[in-house]
Design a protein around this ligand. Structure first.
Ligand SMILES: NC(=O)c1ccc[n+]([C@@H]2O[C@H](COP(=O)([O-])OP(=O)(O)OC[C@H]3O[C@@H](n4cnc5c(N)ncnc54)[C@H](OP(=O)(O)O)[C@@H]3O)[C@@H](O)[C@H]2O)c1
Length: 168
């Protein structure tokens, strides 16, 4: 089973502000949707609550250390490792770690693929991407990238990057 990370990060390492995304980038949201539709996603309780609903047509695993925490229509697991194991035992081909910082911190050392949207801006925000901002420092190599310019719907330019790391 492949473990992939999907994240959007600013030039100064910010991924979240005031409990939400620090930007409105509809094409990046569409990219996320296309990538994860029909697949299994793992997110932290904070990210689930910031989205405020389950994303349709995806299997959602939520990690929380609170044994009482329940979300109808999702599986709640006590650790990231147990979420990955849940997916593995169901023979799923790929699972996507979709944030926030706690989930990324656990996924980064073990992920095979990283879908990184580099937002070309420095923004304020309290939630940061853990680990090195250059995935090459963590053994990933850049497979593909595609630039998206600013336009009336996108206040920031950004670049979609796909990074790979051999299974170790
Ligand atoms: N830019 C992006 O790509 C992106 C993606 C996702 C989210 N975000 C942003 O990031 C922010 C939310 O992220 P966050 O870091 O604050 O919260 P988070 O990681 O989504 O959730 C934190 C909570 O999840 C549980 N958790 C996290 N990691 C865990 C682990 N390894 N094992 C067990 N439980 C774990 C804990 O829940 P309990 O307290 O219940 O134990 C923890 O308090 C929002 O602003 C959101 O918009 C950005």
């Amino acid at each position: 089973m492949r473990l992939s990370i999907v994240a959007a990060v600013s030039e100064n390492g910010v991924i979240g502000a005031k409990g939400g995304l620090p930007w409105d980038l509809p094409d990046d949201q569409q990219f996320f949707k296309r990538l994860t539709l029909g697949k299994c996603i793992v997110m932290g309780r904070g990210t689930h609550e910031s989205v405020g609903r389950l994303l349709p047509r995806r299997t959602t695993l939520i990690v929380s250390r609170n044994p009482e925490y329940r979300v109808e229509g999702a599986e709640v697991l006590p650790s990231f490792a147990e979420a990955v194991e849940w997916a593995r035992t169901r023979d799923l081909p790929e699972v996507f770690a979709v944030g926030g910082a706690g989930v990324y911190a656990e996924a980064l050392p073990v992920a095979h693929r990283l879908y990184l949207t580099r937002v070309h801006a420095r923004v304020e925000g309290e939630t940061r991407m853990p680990g090195p901002l250059d995935p090459a420092e963590a053994g990933f190599h850049l497979e593909a990238e595609e630039y998206h310019t600013t336009d009336p719907r996108h206040a920031h330019a950004f670049t979609y990057q796909t990074w790979e790391r051999p299974a170790g």
